[in-house]
Design a binder for this molecule. Sequence first.
Ligand SMILES: Cc1cc2nc3c(=O)[nH]c(=O)nc-3n(C[C@H](O)[C@H](O)[C@H](O)COP(=O)(O)OP(=O)(O)OC[C@H]3O[C@@H](n4cnc5c(N)ncnc54)[C@H](O)[C@@H]3O)c2cc1C
Length: 250
Amino acid sequence: MRPFLGGRFMKSLWNGLEPKILDDKKVLDSNCNADVCIIGGGITGISTAYYLSKSGKKVVVLERDSLADKTTGNSTAKITSQHGLFYKYLLDDYGQDFAKSYYSANQEAISRIKSIIQEEKIDCDFESQDSYVFTQSSREVSNIEDEVKAVKSFGGEAEFVKSIEPNLGNVKGAIKFPNQAKFNPRKYVKGLARAIENNGSEIYENSKVVSVKNENDEYVVSTDKASVRAKYVVVATNYPIINTPRFLFH
Ligand SMILES: Cc1cc2nc3c(=O)[nH]c(=O)nc-3n(C[C@H](O)[C@H](O)[C@H](O)COP(=O)(O)OP(=O)(O)OC[C@H]3O[C@@H](n4cnc5c(N)ncnc54)[C@H](O)[C@@H]3O)c2cc1C
């Protein structure tokens, strides 16, 4: 749900800068077949569709409303390996291999997004920037120092600093992750959507999935107008919409 402000739903800055993603909304109104049907047109569904369509799979994406209009279009738009003070917790509760894998996967994601942007020539205001978690309370400085130690313990890049950019004043301590990034997620999804269609796959909006059934080793994914038959289904709806045996929830 969007924040409700003064009688109107507030639109994010990213929506304002990129109000339209696909030129024409296509609604699924006749049955079709695909190798993979992806439910949900946020960054997760569209990124999955991008990789699969690029590898030669026929993909059909079904989006309930409009692409990148929900969480993706209203997110903070940062692409970082830094998620609060998370690594001390990962290290303590899951061990060094797990914490290192989490860090490496996130660093890899930053590089991959950067190379997709270059390869597909996506104009999405991508900028490499340092990322910080800071405190203005002397009592919390030791938490920041512990986090720096945790990240360095598995070879991650982190630094304890006493000032940040932009200078907010009164910063007592901060953990800096270098070479992180930000972008406009709607512009990025728009570029991926264009690539997916160029790869011969299809995207439908205003096409809410109402059921997923398993028939003869295939899935039948239905809206109230038509169905997609596919060998595989990816549910990328942020919140699960179905609870079918053999589906893997993360
Ligand atoms: C406030 C906030 C800020 C965030 N900021 C960041 C950030 O800066 N960086 C970061 O990496 N992560 C951030 N996140 C995490 C964020 O959840 C993910 O980065 C990402 O945007 C989620 O994308 P998604 O595609 O999984 O979900 P969504 O963008 O929500 O997409 C799911 C889509 O599924 C569709 N759908 C739902 N039900 C159906 C149905 N029955 N049929 C068809 N379609 C359906 C929806 O309409 C929607 O478009 C933030 C999260 C929040 C809540």
